[in-house]
Each structure stands twice: as structure tokens, then as C-alpha cells.
Design a protein around this ligand. Structure first.
Ligand code: MSP
Length: 517
């Protein structure tokens, strides 16, 4: 069994989860479930990033100790996972001992071998980004970009990690491993960034300024810079289990350069630890052109949508709509369009027709198909193509296109039913019509079984429900589920299943109501 270790970014424990956080979990879960189905031994890690200035400030604002604060927020992130049917195997918190121990060991190793040194730093510092700034970060008029918040000039003695000396190695590594970052165009952005000389990385914060962090093992007057601490989670969570290296780190494009594509590979290289296989950098969910985030106040609560529409409709929309790597706008209108046309009308309709007609015309037992005619042969041929294209698309993270193909197959199955019109065949006593009726019932049930088998990693709950009403229990090997072989013959189906109910119409806005008077 091939081992496949996949991680999400760990979320800052300084505010509630929003749709952007939920998307990353869902995307990673879809990959993890897909690889499990393909037979890999998957280990899936997610968690929370709990140290640093922002957390300390948020806790102070609430007037509670930082540990109590992060306990609450981390619990909120963790509680979201089952609601989204995320199949993670582990959840790491950077305040856990298992993590702190590994961070200290790593720091000590780098310090002992001379990769960390002490120096005086004079320059600009952004508290909001917890980051030292350089002249090139300024606007041409000398002001600092909004994202840095308040920028102050400071002089401070700190510890530095020798990033610069590994720059030529990193450039060579990325040139040799051209698929280290997915999508590929983001790897070019990393190489572009590396055209400028790197500065060594300040990895400490004096305790007077920041208490909430992991103390440096070689100088108790300092705590560890939050990124140096956070990145190590991927390794600390599995350090003793033999599961390292990670196969993929799934992250948002905002934290690719420099943390994941520059600091992390260099930290590992310096420590003599194997590098991960690669990084998947997804895009952002936006609202009217702006990144959805807590600080801009445009963040959607994923739980509201999950409560209203169920986890699968939410998961389906995120995966169907977003081309991994690019940005997408989230609007309720777009969500409803896909919900109605693809889930309720296309999939929901096929479920209703299959259950209803099998009940009506075959007393609830799926018949065996008899002689196929052109319509059946065409649909089977389409299924072969759909299946053969679907798997490589998922292997290449093109889930949005894969789902489009699955929808196309459902559309064609519904069109097949229209053409075959079992309701007409049911009125005829001709043996040939009766045979065709049985064939059409068998065909639609088989097409439904296959369609929900192939999208199972995106819609696990729906697939399970549909299998149950078809009286079917899937076998252990997913690929074997994808063969068209009429295995439902003789199964007893349930008479009905409500899957995607119509959403309640929005309350009439007062202005609209006034107009209609
Ligand atoms: N704590 C760091 C990550 C450390 S990883 C060692 C962090 N946390 S975060 O809470 O700000 O973001 C967590 C993840 O959510 C990131 O990968 C980020 O890109 C992603 N998203 C946050 N907002 C997003 C959108 N609006 N859309 C999609 N994902 C975005 O960064």
C-alpha cells in the first residue's frame, strides 16, 4: 500500500472559521478520500496555529489568559470538521507538548550546527503581520501597504536563521523538481521571488514584546517566531510514526511565498530532514472581488450553509465551482443555481424517477436488463468515457472538470429516460415493450449507482443514502464499483428519498413588497 500523507494549513486560533477555512478542509478531504479509494494508506492532518502576537492581542482584548482563549477557538475549528464530514486522522494544536518538544529539538539542532546566530536588528516591524519589513515592501511614496497595519521602527537583538546561504540550493531544487508546487504557474512565482537575494530570517521575539510562544531552548529571554513554530506542525505530528515525508501540503496562495515554498524547504534541508513531495496552493474565495476574510468583515459562516443545505451540497458547490489554484466568487445566487440545476434537478430527479418507476412498474425490485438497444449502448459507452476520464482528472486535482463530466453523464441518463419513456412502455402489454421496460429500469438504476459511486469522495453522505435506498452495499474496492455489470438486479428499492429539498423562498424585501402594492 502506498502511503499518502496530506496536510492542511493550520488555522490561526484568533477568530472563528469562515468559508475560506472550510474550503481548504473540504478540498483536502476530497483528495484524501480519493486516494483512500484508490488504495493508498492515507494519513490526513489538520489543526490550529495558536501562538503569536495576534493571539496574544485577541486574548488580552477578551481579558482572558491566552491558553483559555485558544482552547475555545481551537474547539470551534475542530467542531466544524465533522459537520463538513472531514475524514482527518489527526488534529494538531501548536500548544501541545508533542509539538513544542519537536520545535525545541529542531531549534537546538540548527543552533548547535551554527545555522542560527544572534544579531542586532534595526528596522521596521509590522505588528499585524508579525513580520520585519524591508524597503522594497514600501509604496513608492514611502507609506506602507494597508496589510501591514501599524509599522514601527525598532532596534532589537534577535536570533536569525541562515536562510540566505541555502538560496542557491533552493533554486536548484525547484529547477530540478518542477512539479513541487501545484499549479505549476505558482512554482514560477516562487522562482521569481528567489531572483532577489534572501535575507536571513529573524526567528525570535523578545519576551518583553511577546510572551505567547515557545521559548527558545538556548535563550529563555526569547520566544520562537510564530511561522517557525507553525510550519513544524507537519513534521511534529508524525515525527515518531514513520509517516514523514508529507505527500502534499494543501495551503492558500497567500502563504506560499515565502513561508511554505522558501522557509519550510530550507528549514528541512538545514535540519537534514526529507522534503515533502509537494505543495498545492489553492486560490481564494472572494466576495465581490475582495478576499473573504475575518478582517474585511465579509466572511461567510460555513455552518449556516451546511445547516441549511447539508454537508454534501456545500462540499459539491465548493469543489465544482473552484478550479484548484484560481480564485472564485462566492454568492448565494451562484450556490442556488448549482444546487437547483445540478443536485436537485439532475441528480435528485434521477433518484426520484428510479425509485418511483421501479416501485410502480416492477413492484420495487430492480429487474435484470435484457437485450440492449442503441440507446442503452450509447449510455454505456458514455459511462466508459466518463469513468476513464474522471480518474486521471482527479489525480491531477481537476475536480471541477471531473464533476462536470459526472453531471454530463447524469444529464444524458435523464435524457435517456425521456427517450425511452418507461411510463409509456408500462401501458403496453406487448412482450417486446415489457422487455424494454425492464431494461430501462435496470439501466437507470445502474447509471444512478455508478454516478454516485464516482462522486463519492465529494458527496459521501449522499452516495451512502442513495446506495441504501437502492438496497445496495458497495464492496471494499472502489475501482470495482465503477464497472457497469447490472449488479442491482433483484435488489429491493425504497419507494422515495428526499435529498435536495427546495430552499424556502427568501422573505420578500420590504421595498419589493411596497412596489407590488
Ligand atoms: N496560521 C497560518 C497558517 C500556518 S500553516 C503552517 C494561516 N492561518 S489562516 O487562518 O489565516 O489561514 C488558514 C488557511 O485558510 C490558509 O491556507 C489560507 O490561505 C486559507 N484561507 C483564508 N482565507 C481564505 C479565503 N478567503 N479563501 C480560501 N482560502 C483562504 O495562514
Amino acid at each position: 500500500m502506498k502511503s499518502f500523507y496530506i496536510t492542511t494549513a493550520i488555522d490561526y486560533a484568533n477568530g472563528s472559521p469562515h468559508l475560506g477555512h472550510a474550503y481548504e478542509k473540504v478540498l483536502t478531504d476530497v483528495i484524501a478520500r480519493f486516494r483512500r479509494q484508490m488504495g493508498d494508506k492515507v494519513h490526513f492532518l489538520t489543526g490550529t496555529d495558536e501562538h503569536g502576537q495576534k493571539v496574544q492581542a485577541s486574548a488580552r482584548k477578551r481579558g482572558i489568559p491566552p491558553q483559555q482563549f485558544v482552547d475555545e477557538i481551537s474547539a470551534e475549528f475542530r467542531a466544524l470538521l465533522p459537520k463538513l464530514t472531514i475524514s482527518n486522522d489527526d488534529f494538531i494544536r501548536t500548544t501541545e507538548e508533542r509539538h513544542k518538544k519537536v520545535v525545541c529539538e529542531l531549534l537546538q539542532r540548527l543552533y548547535d550546527q551554527g545555522d542560527i546566530y544572534k544579531n542586532e536588528y534595526r528596522g521596521f516591524y509590522s505588528t499585524r503581520q508579525e513580520q520585519f519589513l524591508q524597503e522594497k515592501d514600501r509604496h513608492p511614496d514611502g507609506t506602507w501597504p494597508e496589510i501591514f497595519g501599524e509599522v514601527t521602527e525598532i532596534t532589537e537583538t534577535n536570533y536569525f536563521f541562515k536562510l540566505k546561504q541555502y538560496q542557491p540550493w533552493l533554486v536548484e531544487f525547484l529547477t530540478k523538481n518542477e512539479n513541487f508546487v501545484f499549479p505549476k504557474y505558482r512554482q514560477s512565482q516562487v522562482l521569481e521571488f528567489l531572483k532577489e537575494p534572501l535575507n536571513d530570517l529573524c526567528i525570535s521575539r523578545p519576551k518583553e514584546r511577546l510572551e505567547w510562544g515557545i521559548p527558545l531552548p538556548f535563550d529563555a529571554g526569547y520566544v520562537t517566531y510564530v511561522w517557525f513554530d507553525a510550519l513544524v506542525n507537519y513534521y511534529s505530528a508524525v515525527a515518531d510514526t514513520g509517516q514523514w515525508p508529507a505527500t502534499w501540503h494543501v495551503i492558500g496562495k497567500d502563504i506560499l511565498v515565502p513561508p511554505h515554498a522558501v522557509y519550510w524547504p530550507i528549514m528541512l534541508k538545514a535540519a537534514g530532514i526529507e522534503l515533502p513531495h509537494g505543495i498545492i496552493a489553492h486560490g481564494w474565495w472572494m466576495t465581490r472581488g475582495a478576499k473573504m476574510s475575518k478582517s474585511t468583515g465579509n466572511a461567510l459562516n460555513p455552518l449556516d450553509l451546511v445547516t441549511e443545505f447539508g454537508p454534501d451540497a456545500f462540499r459539491y458547490f465548493l469543489i465544482r465551482e473552484m478550479n484548484v489554484g484560481q480564485d472564485s466568487d462566492f454568492t448565494r445566487e451562484q450556490f442556488l443555481v448549482r444546487y437547483n440545476s445540478e443536485l436537485a434537478n439532475n441528480l435528485g430527479n434521477l433518484v426520484n424517477r428510479t425509485l418511483n418507476m421501479t416501485t410502480r412498474f416492477a413492484a420495487g425490485t430492480v429487474p435484470a436488463a435484457e437485450a440492449d438497444q442503441d440507446l442503452e449502448r450509447d449510455l454505456k459507452a458514455l459511462w466508459q468515457r466518463t469513468r476513464d476520464e474522471f480518474i486521471p482528472l482527479c489525480e491531477g486535482f481537476q475536480f471541477h472538470t471531473a464533476l462536470e463530466r459526472a453531471m454530463q453523464f447524469l444529464t444524458e441518463t435523464n435524457a435517456y429516460i425521456e427517450k425511452r419513456a418507461p411510463w409509456k412502455l408500462g401501458k403496453s402489454a406487448e412482450p417486446a415493450d415489457q422487455a424494454l421496460l425492464r431494461t430501462s429500469l435496470a439501466t437507470m438504476a445502474e447509471a444512478l449507482r455508478l454516478a454516485v459511486a464516482i462522486i463519492r469522495h465529494v458527496t459521501p453522505t449522499t452516495t451512502e443514502k442513495i446506495n441504501a435506498v437502492l438496497g445496495y452495499t458497495p464492496g471494499p474496492v472502489w475501482r470495482n464499483e465503477l464497472d457497469w455489470d447490472g449488479r442491482l438486479a433483484g435488489k429491493t428499492v425504497a419507494p422515495a428519498l428526499v435529498l435536495f429539498p427546495r430552499p424556502a423562498p427568501p422573505e420578500k424585501a420590504p421595498a419589493a413588497a411596497a412596489k407590488s402594492v
